[in-house]
Design a protein around this ligand. Structure first.
Ligand code: AMP
Length: 189
């Protein structure tokens, strides 16, 4: 099963990716996690990405595409993967198409988790408060920027994948269990 999870920051992509990981025994491939790992390890990549991420802007297509291509070549993706947070631009989606074609593999579906923007801001504020470990990109101003970036650069992917016949949308405002059940249903249909 090769899937993309699409949705704005705070839509619950990470949570649903973890559930899908268990269900299908395939890894979650989160570009955000990989980039945060690079920052923690203080690699050159991490140092380049940190400022951009702290502002809530997007890291360059070339960098994230190279990360994903290398990650997909690892042995644990043989039975599939869940892309969480990638692609985020039309350029990335086109690069992913070329990449998968070169590797001789295809996507099974793109799951769009639909949510209301204002409710998201509340949800992310709660996440920041509860975790006690506030992510540098979780404050309200940065979050609003991340939502603007999503609307401008990532939302066009909904039509992109709809036109390819791959889009499956679910209501992300329901409980974690309900969203998970809805994803199971759309993937089975
Ligand atoms: P996330 O954990 O997916 O919300 O990602 C956190 C931050 O990492 C984003 O706000 C971006 O700065 C960066 N990032 C993650 N994935 C991508 C991507 N596919 N393209 C560009 N930047 C990304």
């Amino acid at each position: 099963m090769r899937l993309i999870l699409l949705g704005p920051p705070g839509a619950g992509k990470g949570t649903q990716a973890k559930i899908l990981m268990e269900r299908y025994a395939i890894p979650q491939l989160s570009t955000g996690d990989i980039l945060r790992g690079a920052i923690a390890a203080q690699t050159v990549l991490g140092m380049q990405a940190k400022e951009v991420m702290d502002r809530g802007d997007l890291v360059s297509d070339d960098i994230v595409c190279a990360i994903v291509s290398e990650r997909i070549d690892e042995a644990d993706t043989a039975n599939g993967f869940i892309l969480d947070g990638f692609p985020r631009t039309i350029g990335q989606a086109e690069a992913l198409d070329r990449m998968l074609e070169e590797k001789g593999i295809a996507l099974d579906g793109v799951v769009e988790i639909k949510v209301d923007a204002e409710a998201l801001i509340d949800r992310i504020k709660t996440r920041a408060a509860e975790s006690g470990q506030v992510r540098a990109d979780d404050n309200e101003e940065v979050l609003r920027n991340r939502l603007d970036v999503y609307r401008a650069q990532t939302a066009p992917l909904v039509d992109f994948y709809e036109n390819k016949g791959l889009l499956k949308s679910v209501d992300g405002m329901a409980s974690i269990e309900e969203v998970s059940a809805a994803i199971e249903r759309v993937l089975a249909s």
